[in-house]
Design a protein around this ligand. Structure first.
Ligand SMILES: [Zn+2]
Length: 371
């Protein structure tokens, strides 16, 4: 099997003196794709998110490794032999296999079979850990930092499988991420993307296209065209990473727990004749509670036109993630970026006419961040 064949290129990597990888003396980096644009502020958090949120994954191992790294780093672990890494790694895979049997685009995997045997009670935990050590890490450790043809400049672990450690050494960068207020969001974002991608694999195997709907009362994403209301993931962890953990409007810090789901164009316009489904993911953003419902909150106002470009960029990040929100957004808003921008402008104009108010809502930005 092949793992981590992501199509995107973050940027070409060159060697840094301390052994980590950096962009070095690259001149103005060429903008290649959404993953590159996304990571252009160069923080470790954004490079982490580009690994987890972008790319055309062929197996779920990268998500399992990402969650395992955060878990081990949260415990302050630095030296992690494969036998220790195998514990959270296999646990994550086994838990997902219970829900969705398809964990990649390949036909068979001895490692996944071992996890299935464990879930069925046919092998014990010791046997599962041994199988994971031998079979589970063949490609994912090499591929973890790769997004397309290049590695991200930050390394979150060093590969010491062939040294006395016999495993990986966590770097200060991932240890710091695990101590940051964002660790809960980063874990939830990896889980959300995993749930969305495995749904896409299942649908593809059945020859169907995955389309995602928003279930507003429960704040979750559900697959369209299914009889039962299956939960895919919460909408907040699915969106938070693509806004870099910041409020859509003021750029204040938010988390998947401490944020509101806001309809960019107010949901109430649909009852007044708005001819477009405003519950579409394209129209959902995360906002801080002040912006959404504070004393100068947005509530059911139409936001200022200057936010349209930001919404377009956020939506292009979602589309750049390949699976499976890409299909959902393309179906709703258009096949290419210029069509999608026309769609957004038309929706904005129609919404403004229905609303009737000339003054649009806006707020001050609290950081210089851009997304
Ligand atoms: Zn805000």
């Amino acid at each position: 099997m092949t793992v981590g064949q992501d199509r995107d290129v973050v940027r070409p990597a060159t060697e840094r003196s301390n052994g980590a990888l950096n962009v070095g003396s690259c001149k103005t980096p060429k903008v290649i794709n959404p993953a590159h644009q996304f990571a252009n502020d160069g923080s470790d958090t954004e490079f982490w998110r580009s690994i987890v949120l972008f790319g055309l994954n062929v197996a779920s191992y990268k998500f399992a490794l990402a969650k395992s790294l955060l878990e081990l780093a949260s415990q302050g672990e630095e030296k992690v032999p494969l036998s220790e890494l195998a514990v959270p790694f296999s646990r994550n895979i086994c838990e997902h296999l219970v829900e969705v049997d398809r964990q990649g685009t390949f036909r068979s995997s001895k490692f996944l079979d071992a996890c299935r045997y464990y879930n069925a009670g046919r092998i014990n935990e010791t046997e599962l850990i041994t199988a994971t050590e031998i079979l589970g890490f063949k490609n994912v450790i090499d591929a973890f930092h790769v997004v397309g043809g290049g590695e991200v400049p930050t390394r979150f672990f060093l590969d010491e499988r062939r040294l006395s450690l016999g495993g990986i050494r966590l770097t200060d960068e991932v240890l710091q991420l695990a101590q940051s207020p964002e660790v809960g969001s980063l874990t939830a974002e990896a889980e959300a993307r995993w749930r969305l991608v495995e749904e896409a694999w299942s649908k593809e195997a059945a020859g169907e296209q995955v389309v995602v709907l928003y279930d507003a009362p429960r704040e979750i994403l559900v697959p369209a065209l299914t009889g039962k209301r299956k939960t895919l993931t919460g909408v907040r962890p699915a969106l938070n990473g693509y806004q870099k953990g910041h409020c859509f409007y003021c750029y204040g810090s938010i988390t998947v727990v401490n944020s509101d789901v806001d309809h960019f164009l107010p949901h109430s316009l649909m009852a007044r004749g708005m001819p477009v489904d405003l519950d579409g993911v394209w129209n959902l953003v995360l906002a801080c509670q002040d912006c959404n419902r504070g004393s100068n909150g947005k509530f059911a106002s139409i936001p200022h036109a200057r936010y349209l470009k930001r919404l377009s960029r956020r939506n292009e990040f979602l589309i750049g993630s390949h699976h499976p929100l890409r299909e959902t957004l393309i179906l709703a808003t258009g096949a290419n970026e210029s069509q999608r921008n026309v769609f957004l402008k038309e929706c904005f104009t129609t919404a403004s006419t229905i609303d009737g108010r000339k003054v649009k809502w806006k707020t001050n930005e609290v950081t210089a961040l851009k997304f």
